[in-house]
Design a binder for this molecule. Sequence first.
Ligand SMILES: C[S@@+](CC[C@H](N)C(=O)[O-])C[C@H]1O[C@@H](n2cnc3c(N)ncnc32)[C@H](O)[C@@H]1O
Length: 171
Amino acid sequence: MQILFGVFAIFVIAIALLWVLVPAFYGLPPVSSRKERIRRALELANPQAGETLYDLGSGHGRVLVVAAKDFGLNAVGIEAGPVQCAVSWANAFRNGVRSQVRIEAGDFYKSNLRDADIVFAYLTSDHGNRLQEKLSRELKPGARVVTVSFDLTGWNAAFFDREQLVYLYKK
Ligand SMILES: C[S@@+](CC[C@H](N)C(=O)[O-])C[C@H]1O[C@@H](n2cnc3c(N)ncnc32)[C@H](O)[C@@H]1O
């Protein structure tokens, strides 16, 4: 019995460490955007049903669920944290949008974004330059980018929502 308890405790500690340490390694806390902010960001991007949204660093999948459930989008989340990926999968399943949501485990800088109609990113200004270059290279004309709490300094924002700190860009 004690051995079982010990194994269970080690398992829980390992999950907790992975949950916090992987995002920290990538320089970000595993914090989800508020739903109100997600809705505002997606409204600004003028989504059309059936379009594809990418969330770069998709955390627990809250953006993916709102995009699929409330806006009828196909949603792709790219996330480095394995615990966050598992939670996202469970969230999509629980909300009945599993068929519209795809979760890729890994570094979003290694994925190609050519299929994205809308890109959502809640990161930090450290990502500005590198992300900007990638988006310029890979996004198709007409794609929209919404960033939360940081801007793409080399691009002109089409709109800035001061209250929600959301920037809208158009390629
Ligand atoms: C602040 S959270 C945002 C979560 C989600 N997008 C939201 O708005 O609710 C940022 C997430 O990005 C992930 N992340 C940071 N850099 C990444 C990278 N290069 N590749 C994949 N995931 C990354 C972190 O693990 C963390 O879960």
